[in-house]
Design a protein around this ligand. Structure first.
Ligand SMILES: C[S@@+](CC[C@H](N)C(=O)[O-])C[C@H]1O[C@@H](n2cnc3c(N)ncnc32)[C@H](O)[C@@H]1O
Length: 209
């Protein structure tokens, strides 16, 4: 990814990661070959840890692609846990379903195809974690939808909030402007306590008060 940490430090961090199992390794290769933007193993481990530390049992994921981060969530929530997968592309969902079967986590995942913002806005349940990884242009609309669907003490987690460092450069494009606006909203929100972890492309972690 680059642009945030020193490249050699980034290499060092990734070299230290323990190998993944066969399914996750294949998903990582699939993502690299077919241009699916996935969180990758370093961020996935943070997501897994946050879910385990917080004892999360219900996760709503916005923007799931081939289901790489979904598998990590599903493993973190354990037996009896539930993860909502959402993606606008039915081909991604078909591929994801096959990976979920092979990873042995299908029973914990509900696959929803469509606009993740719409699906979330129709939700009645509250979640322990809402994970936001949709198109960046939509980011400023997400907090208003996510916060009411989270339990108090729940986590609202968002990927790509440093956008390869473009957030700190002059003349931001439309996507960067959307991320800048999103970051302002989550830090200013009276409902959230926010930090940004400068790992890979930047991960925002917000706790709902
Ligand atoms: C960055 S990828 C998700 C990667 C996934 N979270 C992972 O790390 O394995 C973003 C995905 O979100 C989907 N997407 C983007 N905007 C969306 C929206 N508003 N509703 C549903 N899916 C969306 C895209 O089709 C794409 O597959």
């Amino acid at each position: 990814m680059g642009g945030i940490t020193v490249l050699e430090v980034e290499d060092y961090l990734y070299d230290m990661l323990p190998p993944r199992d066969e399914v996750l390794t294949e998903m990582e290769a699939d993502a690299a070959k077919n241009d699916h933007a996935i969180v990758g193993p370093a961020v996935a481990r943070v997501l897994y840890q946050l879910a385990v530390i917080s004892g999360a049992k219900k996760v709503f994921e916005m923007g799931s692609a081939i289901g790489y981060s979904t598998v990590w969530w599903a493993r973190a929530v354990g037996d009896g846990g539930k993860v909502i997968y959402t993606d606008g592309d039915p081909k991604n969902a078909d591929k994801a379903r096959r990976y979920f079967d092979r990873a042995g986590v299908s029973q914990r995942i509900v696959v929803r195809v469509g606009d993740a913002l719409e699906i979330l806005s129709e939700e009645k349940e509250n979640y322990d974690i809402v994970f936001n990884d949709v198109d960046k242009i939509d980011y400023p609309r997400v907090p208003r939808l996510a916060v009411p669907r989270m339990k108090s003490g729940g986590l609202f987690i968002t990927d790509n909030v440093l956008w390869s460092g473009k957030v700190s450069k002059p003349n931001p494009d439309a996507q960067t402007k959307a991320i800048l606006e999103f970051n302002r909203l989550i830090y200013e929100s009276k409902d959230l306590f926010t930090t940004v972890l400068p790992i890979r492309d930047g991960v925002a972690v917000c706790v709902k008060k």
